[in-house]
Design a binder for this molecule. Structure first.
Ligand SMILES: Cc1ncc(COP(=O)(O)O)c(C=O)c1O
Length: 371
């Protein structure tokens, strides 16, 4: 083939896809492995979502509703927004893509933090935009002062995951409000709130007034997902809350049937399943506290988190520990590629998974003589 791929595409490192569990088990000769690496909900999908999806199977010969009418209206009702301020996506990932498609052209600048969710920079690169990447502070928070200082006339978007992935650190609401008041009106600030459900309520920002009261302030977008607290990662569905003008632009660039029928039906049922949602939040919080205290007893240092995952300083090379854990059938994430060479990221599991994880960690730490 003689077709050339542009440099901005050729230089992208594809998002590392995990292997199916069955393949890993074959490769490592283990059974009953568990995955605590992708910040999924270990309590499965909401039973109400499963039931609703079963009921929708008969209609799969039809295209989905391209406007997501029922889900958009249910979200609008629940969150107090107007339907024209809500855009659905094939995962919140797709909304990141729509934002970059709509607002970034060759040479425009987009500011992100490092480390943070990997996809922002990849999508900007595909579009021919320029990534301006600001390291997190030593305390692992977004460096808002430095971000402000690098804004130029070319800046179009700023992505802030709040809380940050992988550190789990939130932005203090008062810091965010003063940051936003200093941003030029020509810049759109995207708050990626994939883990907002897990946050302490006093740390959650008032997204409604940030989006609605735009007088003399930049536009704000909030990204939300059904992949985490709602347990529907496999369906791929998320949404964005934003000024209607921004939503109008995203509708210009999105595919007509971007969210499939089962995802719409499942998300609508999950949204209404308050018991499952509260159960997830409660058990996640309990699991996080329990895991952190057990890990600290082993001689590691765990970090506080406002999400369903947390970082552990394992006192030695994180990738070696990750490999050792794989041999015990426990999949975690090494933070070495993110620049935190001694840290791993763990997603809170269910009770059984948490026990398996702790037993495997204890034996790997001793095998590797880290503690
Ligand atoms: C910070 C952050 N944003 C967005 C996403 C993407 O979520 P979705 O499954 O809705 O595409 C993730 C997924 O892990 C994430 O961690």
């Amino acid at each position: 083939m003689k077709i050339q791929v542009p440099d901005n595409v050729a230089s992208i490192v594809p998002y590392p896809p995990g292997k199916p569990l069955e393949e890993l088990e074959r490769e490592y000769g283990v059974r009953n492995s568990i995955k605590m690496a992708s910040n999924e909900n270990p309590w499965g999908p909401s039973p109400k979502a499963i039931q609703a999806i079963r009921g929708a199977l008969e209609n799969l010969h039809r295209y989905p509703d391209g406007s997501g009418y029922y889900l958009v209206h249910a979200l609008a009702e629940k969150l107090g927004f107007s339907p024209d301020e809500i855009v659905l996506g094939n995962g919140s990932n797709e909304i990141i893509e729509m934002l970059v498609k709509a607002y970034v052209q060759n040479g425009d600048e987009v500011i992100t933090s490092h480390p943070s969710f990997l996809m922002y920079q990849k999508i900007v690169q595909v579009r021919g935009g320029v990534n301006i990447v600001i390291p997190l502070t030593t305390g692992m928070h977004h460096d808002l002062a430095t971000i402000l200082s690098v804004i130029t006339d070319q800046t179009r978007l700023i992505f802030l995951d709040n809380p940050n992935n992988p550190t789990g650190c939130p932005i203090k609401p008062t810091d965010l409000y003063s940051f936003l008041s200093a941003i030029p009106e020509s810049v759109l600030v995207v708050l990626d709130e994939a883990y907002v459900d897990f946050m302490d309520s006093e740390l959650q920002v008032d997204i409604f007034s940030l989006i609605r009261n735009t007088k003399r302030r930049c536009g704000v977008v909030s990204l939300r997902t059904f992949s985490k607290a709602y347990g529907l990662a496999g369906l791929r569905i998320g949404y964005g809350l934003m000024p209607s003008q921004v939503a109008g632009n995203l509708h210009r660039v999105r595919q007509p049937f971007n969210v499939n029928q089962l995802a719409q039906v499942g998300a609508l049922a999950a949204l209404e399943d308050e018991d499952f949602y509260q159960h997830t939040l409660r058990r996640t919080r309990e699991g996080l506290n329990y895991l952190r205290s057990e890990v600290d007893k082993m001689g590691c240092k765990s970090y506080p988190s406002q999400t369903n995952f947390f970082l552990i300083d394992v006192r030695g090379d994180a990738t070696l520990l990750y490999e050792a854990m794989l041999h015990k059938g426990v999949i975690i994430r090494s933070m070495k590629p993110y620049g935190y060479s001694d840290m791993v990221r763990i997603t809170v599991g269910n009770e059984e998974e948490n026990q398996r994880f702790l037993a495997a960690l204890s034996s790997c730490l001793h095998e590797l003589a880290y503690v």
